[in-house]
Design a protein around this ligand. Structure first.
Ligand SMILES: Cc1cc2nc3c(=O)[nH]c(=O)nc-3n(C[C@H](O)[C@H](O)[C@H](O)COP(=O)(O)OP(=O)(O)OC[C@H]3O[C@@H](n4cnc5c(N)ncnc54)[C@H](O)[C@@H]3O)c2cc1C
Length: 310
């Protein structure tokens, strides 16, 4: 009998793993738990800005979910509790992402309904001045009446002058910049979006996969430190960082499952944020470049990704 491989969640890395479904089926009894579609976060600001029709990526047609949601996990018994009963596994791949911290409407997990709600709202208040909050503010101001961004700092991970220039561009574009934290009870205009980053989901600690309020620790090959038959991808893993790592972690796990593994190496990732019309900010570590070429590159990468998985 083949080992039972259970894949959970339609995170960015899972799409990479599902690309190898035919070969995986030769070695494993493969089951999938999760939804049939996901929003590609690299591209959804372009949908809000009216530059792309859709950021929806879809599950392959030749795999049917055995359940829609993981509810709990018993790693000692190797059982996943789902909305369709318990499912046993020999090897488990988790790609369910992390969740927003809880101010207003969380951006994670991102759904099509939430994206529609953002597109339809006239006024938006965004909390968080990191890359996600800044890109969202630039995207929203194209088609919204009012956009307010609450942030103590703008792009705090980048050199100071880049944050200052970006703050100027935001204000020139019409964004109301509040250089302060958003306090509970603050009177906000329109839909409040939480771009303050993500935190752990409650079930991780309940299952004994992580300490309370912590991300999941893995070995360098992305296996859980104690439960070696569990692979962790994307935002769930303490050692990974952002969407590019989520995709790379999926490729790495696919290779491990197929026996062609190489050690996972953390790399500095290239990020590109949409800014003013026709321009984007490319960042690679502390290096930055604002202009038309990053914009062109971003559109090419994002369109290719959405077409590949749609
Ligand atoms: C506004 C914004 C813009 C961003 N832009 C970029 C960018 O340009 N570049 C970049 O590198 N990163 C970007 N990020 C970060 C990026 O979105 C995340 O790092 C990435 O999505 C992590 O992928 P993941 O595979 O961990 O899971 P996710 O993409 O979060 O997907 C998790 C999936 O699992 C499903 N799921 C959740 N719980 C369960 C459950 N219990 N059972 C079954 N399924 C479940 C969810 O519905 C979802 O489909 C952005 C984030 C935000 C908020």
């Amino acid at each position: 009998m083949k080992p039972r491989l259970v894949l959970v969640g339609l995170g960015h890395g899972q799409f990479e793993i599902l690309e190898h479904l035919d070969r995986l089926r030769e070695c494993y009894e493969v089951s999938y738990i999760g939804g049939r579609e996901a929003i590609y976060t690299g591209a959804f600001p372009q949908v809000i800005a009216g530059e792309m029709a859709s950021a929806t990526t879809r599950l392959r047609r030749d795999i049917a979910p055995v359940a829609e949601r993981l509810i709990a996990l018993d790693p000692d018994a190797r059982l996943v509790e789902t909305d369709h009963g318990n499912i046993a596994y020999d090897i488990l791949v988790l790609a369910t992402g992390a969740k927003s911290r809880g101010i207003g409407t969380g951006l994670k997990p991102m759904t099509r309904n939430m994206l529609d709600e953002i597109v339809q709202s006239d006024a938006i208040t965004i909390v968080g001045g990191g890359k996600a909050g800044v890109e969202l503010a630039f995207a929203c101001i194209r088609r919204k009446r009012h956009v307010t961004l609450y942030a103590r700092d703008i792009l705090p991970d980048l050199p100071h002058h880049v944050g200052r220039q970006t703050a100027r561009r935001l204000v020139q574009s019409g964004v109301t910049l509040m250089l302060s934290s958003f306090q509970p009870g603050t009177k906000a205009e329109g839909l409040v979006l939480d771009a303050t980053g993500v935190g752990p989901d409650d079930w991780w600690a309940a299952a004994g996969l992580a300490d309370h309020d912590a991300f999941i620790e893995t070995t360098a090959d992305l296996r859980h430190r104690v439960y070696r038959e569990i692979y962790i991808t994307g935002d769930m893993a303490a050692r990974l960082n952002g969407g590019v790592d989520a995709v790379r972690s999926g490729r790495h796990v696919a290779r491990q499952l197929l026996g062609t593994s190489r050690p996972f190496k953390s790399r500095t990732s290239l990020n590109i944020l949409l800014t003013t019309p026709g321009r984007a900010l490319l960042t690679f570590g502390k290096l930055t470049w604002h202009g038309r070429l990053p914009y062109w590159l971003k559109r090419k990468i994002d369109r290719r990704h959405v077409e590949r998985f749609n």
